[in-house]
Ligand binder design. Structure first.
Ligand SMILES: [Ca+2]
Ligand SMILES: [Ca+2]
Ligand SMILES: [Ca+2]
Ligand SMILES: [Zn+2]
Ligand SMILES: [Zn+2]
Length: 373
């Protein structure tokens, strides 16, 4: 039995301990599917982008006076250019939301610097947070042989805005600081738009429809029709359904993403990708078993099947064919050899469903999620 593996490390990154740690390099999964991860959400006024005030504290800077501030301001502008968020420098004595400052070794309530390759880290996704830079590292404002400050500041501000680590090799939100990764990519923009904005409608978007409401985007660009499937299920049992999204293509490594929403149906965080949750190029369907527990069932063309079950707040565990395993209506494996003996009429020619039903805001009314073709 293979355990579910996690990629990206975004969930380990609440204090961003993985930043710059090359030993945790994610396995590369080539893909046209956006690779953004979301670790939190900055509160903003409904319908407006989040506005953050930045205090840049040069105390103890190892760089020439002004260089630290200049780099952080450049990083700030890189995110402002997305037009999805607004970060500004706080006035000298005024209030601020994010403190950018130098620290060394054991400090504040953070994991200490100096014990691994972490060069900087950021605090929780909230107002009154911080980005700390390790003063004992070799820094430079621009890339030389030293650590590129602007790039790392951009990465950490991405965390402050709510982005987790991206598997996109070109993205500044990748877990490793490669000098070529200096900018947010389309994946990151899709992530920021999922949190704070709206992109123009396009193929691969998931839109939501609820009683007495017009359609609104739920998640955009994440669900290309020929390489993904999706369903709704309350993974953590908190009364709100999560969106499950899995890769069906050969290069997708069977990965599953879980997207969590709040009472306003706003995206608040993502989990994953978890690999090997479905079988690539098999047909995958999601159902609830007799106990009401969600099961992801993959069926190969040969009829061989495998599944993962979402047990109590845990990540989906592999199920072995057994007498107690209840297959969905119309499917049977009477000799329990792991190969289906019968499937419902027309199953072979059916397609991945283009919509799913779920209560994403937990108000008791079911919403329909539809994929734009
Ligand atoms: Ca839930
Ligand atoms: Ca059989
Ligand atoms: Ca609802
Ligand atoms: Zn990071
Ligand atoms: Zn710190």
């Amino acid at each position: 039995m293979r355990p579910t593996r996690f990629l990206g490390g975004a969930l380990l990154c609440l204090l961003a301990g993985a930043c710059g740690d090359s030993s945790r390099q994610a396995r590369l999964i080539p893909s046209a599917v956006p690779h953004f991860a979301v670790r939190g959400r900055q509160i903003s006024e409904p319908g407006s982008k989040p506005k953050l005030l930045l205090r840049i504290d040069e105390t103890g800077t190892p760089l020439p006076t002004g260089a630290f501030r200049q780099s952080v301001l450049e990083a700030m502008e890189i995110w402002n250019r997305t037009d999805l968020v607004r970060i500004a420098e706080a006035t000298a004595e005024g209030p601020f939301d994010v403190l950018c400052a130098w620290r060394s070794r054991a400090h504040d309530a953070c994991p200490a610097f100096g014990y691994d390759t972490t060069a900087a880290h950021s605090g929780p996704v909230s107002k009154s947070t911080f980005v700390h830079f390790d003063v004992e590292r070799e820094w430079a404002a621009e890339l030389a042989t030293a650590l590129p400050l602007t790039q790392i500041a951009t990465h950490e501000l991405g965390h402050v805005l709510g982005l987790g680590h991206s598997l996109d090799e070109a993205s500044v939100m990748h877990a490793n600081h490669d000098p070529r990764r200096t900018q947010p990519t389309d994946s990151d923009l899709a992530g920021l738009a999922a949190l704070y904005g709206e992109l123009s409608p396009a193929s691969g978007d998931l839109w939501i429809e609820s009683p007495n409401e017009t359609q609104a985007p739920l998640l955009q660009r994440v669900a290309p029709a020929h390489s993904t499937g999706f369903a709704a299920y309350d993974v953590d049992g908190n009364g709100r359904d999560e969106l499950l999204l899995w890769r069906t293509d050969k290069t997708g490594a069977g990965q599953l993403m879980v997207y969590h929403f709040d009472e306003e149906r706003e995206l608040v965080r993502s989990e994953g990708p978890m690999v090997d949750c479905v079988v690539p190029e098999a047909r995958t369907l999601f159902y609830s078993d007799a106990a009401g527990v969600g099961v992801l069932l993959s069926i190969r063309a040969s009829g061989r099947y495998s599944a993962r079950r979402f047990e109590q707040g845990a990540y989906p565990r592999p199920l072995q064919p057994s007498a107690t395993w209840e297959l969905p209506a119309g499917f049977s494996d009477s000799d329990r050899d792991g190969v289906l003996d019968s499937t419902p009429e027309g199953w072979e020619n059916s397609r991945e469903p283009a919509s799913a039903l779920g209560d994403f805001d937990g108000d008791g009314e079911v919403e329909r999620v539809t994929r734009l073709p």
